[in-house]
Design a protein around this ligand. Sequence first.
Ligand code: ADP
Ligand code: GN1
Ligand code: MG
Length: 370
Amino acid sequence: MTREGYCARIEEAIQAIDFKGDYLNHKIYGSGHINDTFIVEFQQGDSKVKYILQRLNHEIFKNPEQLMENIWGVTSFLKEVIRKNNGDVNRETVNIVSTKDGKKFYIDSFGAYWRAYQYIDDAICFDKVEKPDDFYQSAVAFGRFQNLLANYDADSLYETIPDFHNTPARFKSFQEAIAKDTYDRVKNVQDEINFLIAREQDMKVCMDMLSKGELPLRVTHNDTKLNNILIDKTTGKGICVLDLDTVMPGLSINDFGDSIRFGANTAAEDETDLSKVSIDLELFELYTKGYLEGCNGSLIQKEMEMLPMGAKLMTLECGMRFLTDYLQGDTYFRIHRENHNLDRCRTQLKLVEDMERNWDQMNQIVKKYM
Ligand code: ADP
Ligand code: GN1
Ligand code: MG
């Protein structure tokens, strides 16, 4: 079912959720690859009020109930901290809007899962870096998020997608997809396959360090793309971390790395002209500075040393995930054109190559801020 298809069925969810006021309209929103997001508008007295309504991808998030428990727990915790700091709980974290019978999500008569948030107004979400300062502010906000959750009980979190950033496990799935070659596509992507296989050892480094206790397991976001942060229109600060579906125990360097993968690329994730793809070292430096400031001393030496590796690893892993999905017939990431996942894979691999070329500089930059 496409997003457009769900538009036709959305009324049932709108009825079930405890939105206030008179319904006005809804429209498809955002550019996420997994869930279906809509803005729903209501008339409340003289003002128009918006909400975010999402259909959760139930194929990918197998246990929406546990997922919503995670988000409820994390946002309740964040709200307490925000209150203590005299912050604004309505803007500095997402707020779930319950169903009329008090549940955190709604299952419609077709079996689809819906949840809603209050819409945070006067804030912008970017799909690419337009002003370097926005990227810096996103880094401070993701770092702060990491720091605030340092005291959150990791054992209380469910694993919403098992082995989400277990790169060696992802490598295994990739190999299985090659062996099956269900769609007869392996013949089109031999260079990409070879590129990834040549880096199999790199993919193990961080998981090995985790199992040896050299890197700590923390509560992390795990999907730190720039479009998962809201920037306040007035102050220009990163105000709210969004998309908490994958908040789980993980590695801080992966949170750092995924932001770099997406935001410090000089081209879009799905650019077809690969000559445009490179690592922007100035943005890499700004993000490093901001992230470490936001973490405010909570990272250990080894984590800081491994930040460049986090960037390379998340880019490799994401490239491999796009390629695996291409080989498996494009069932995981939403695509908008033929070969979309292959195009995405190619930008990631090109970016890895450019990181390898700039490896010494990336390490020098990180050292400067340690
Ligand atoms: P996805 O999993 O599809 O990426 P997100 O939760 O990131 O879904 O939401 C998609 C987009 O919707 C975000 O990039 C952001 O632009 C917008 N958005 C999500 N939640 C809110 C909110 N509470 N207030 C304002 N905008 C939001
Ligand atoms: C997906 O949902 P979205 O678009 O924020 C994916 C991330 C990938 C990203 C690549 C749950 O994120 O892991 O890095 O696409 N989310 C999930 O753009 O798989
Ligand atoms: Mg998102």
